[in-house]
Design a protein around this ligand. Structure first.
Ligand code: XMP
Length: 321
């Protein structure tokens, strides 16, 4: 089914929210729905929308898959508590790392995360909670890229001909599917969310695994997590669409204390974009880049080299995996 886009400039957020609240209530009836919050813009907005529609009939979980950014589970739980929304944090990191072990192919990685998330962890939650619906923040860009075969977004099923009811045993509701990121932000503002929640830079469902080239191990995630924290802190005041640190698989020779070391490389990306369909590298000041490189190599001993991506999307994509 072709999805009709609602452009941000034509979006009446108040009316959109009222309509979606009605739709969600009608679909779920007196039943239970669940959703997983990653702390990203889309899942935060869909959680708030779902709670407005369903109140206590919606159970929200933060699945700690072990590949989130620094301090995310606690930060997200606390931010939603302030909104009166209870989020239960579940630690499933071992299960995710076990599923990712030995995998280096990008699509296989995404598939391993998808299967672990939807079939295993969520499958169990659905049984436990008695839910028949999963509320999810899929947006139109996710669908476009999956259908175009650019990248398999981990949250797109129906467009790939997969029936979630048959595959996983529950129905998926996707109230944001006609929107792109700029529209989702308008809905976030319309729902009264704090700006820090809907104006955050986008973060992908496959989390830091989308930023580790090669095998995703707890050690490699810890490394990219540190580099991510440094990069995000350095670039928060730059008005860019998204920025990130990527851990490369290839190593390079560097020096530490007059000794040659064969160390890791981090690539920084920073994007100007409206809706993620196309993007250009931000023309960052060179001294900002130098400061990031110095901090990363100082605080992460395993890293000896830091680079900046200067390629636009296309041919690049925003994430590296
Ligand atoms: P790419 O890398 O395809 O990213 O240029 C486009 C936008 O989508 C985000 N992204 C994802 N979001 N699941 C998501 O929910 C995914 O699998 C996924 N992959 C990429 C990415 O961060 C960027 O904003």
């Amino acid at each position: 089914m072709k999805i009709k886009e609602i452009k941000a400039k034509n979006l009446n957020a108040k009316r959109f929210i009222e309509e979606k609240v009605e739709d969600i209530r009608e679909a779920v009836g007196s039943g239970i729905a669940i959703n997983a919050l990653s702390g990203g813009v889309d899942s935060s907005v869909v959680t708030a929308l779902g709670h407005r529609a369903l109140g206590k009939q919606l159970k929200s979980y933060f699945i700690n898959n072990g590949i989130m950014r620094e301090g995310e589970p606690e930060k997200v739980k606390a931010a939603f508590k302030k909104l009166g929304i209870h989020v239960e944090v579940l630690d499933a990191s071992r299960e995710f790392f076990a599923a990712l072990k030995g995998i280096t192919d990008p699509e296989e990685k995404r598939e391993a995360i998808t299967q672990t998330f939807y079939k295993k962890v969520f499958g169990r939650l659905v049984v436990k909670s008695g839910a028949r619906y999963l509320l999810q923040g899929t947006i139109l860009t996710d669908v476009d890229e999956t259908v175009a075969g650019i990248k398999r977004q981990h949250n797109v099923f129906e467009q790939l001909g997969i029936d979630p009811q048959k595959a996983f045993g529950y129905k998926i509701l996707e109230p944001l599917i006609e929107l792109r990121k700029d529209g989702v932000r308008k809905v976030g503002a319309g729902l009264g969310l704090p700006k820090s929640m809907f104006d955050r830079i986008p973060f992908p469902g496959p989390a830091l695994a989308a930023r580790v080239i090669g095998e995703v191990t707890p050690e490699r995630i810890a490394l990219v997590r540190k580099a991510t924290a440094i990069t995000e802190a350095a670039l928060t005041n730059v008005k860019a669409f998204q920025y990130m640190a990527i851990l490369h698989e290839d190593r390079v020779t560097g020096t530490r204390g007059n000794r040659r070391v064969f160390g890791n490389q981090i690539e920084i990306r920073c994007w100007d974009s409206l809706d993620a369909r196309t993007a250009k590298p931000t023309r960052l000041k060179f001294d900002i880049l130098e400061r990031i490189a110095a901090k990363i190599t100082k605080e992460i001993p395993e890293v000896v080299s830091v680079t900046y991506n200067i390629t636009a999307k296309p041919t690049s994509t925003i994430e590296a995996v």
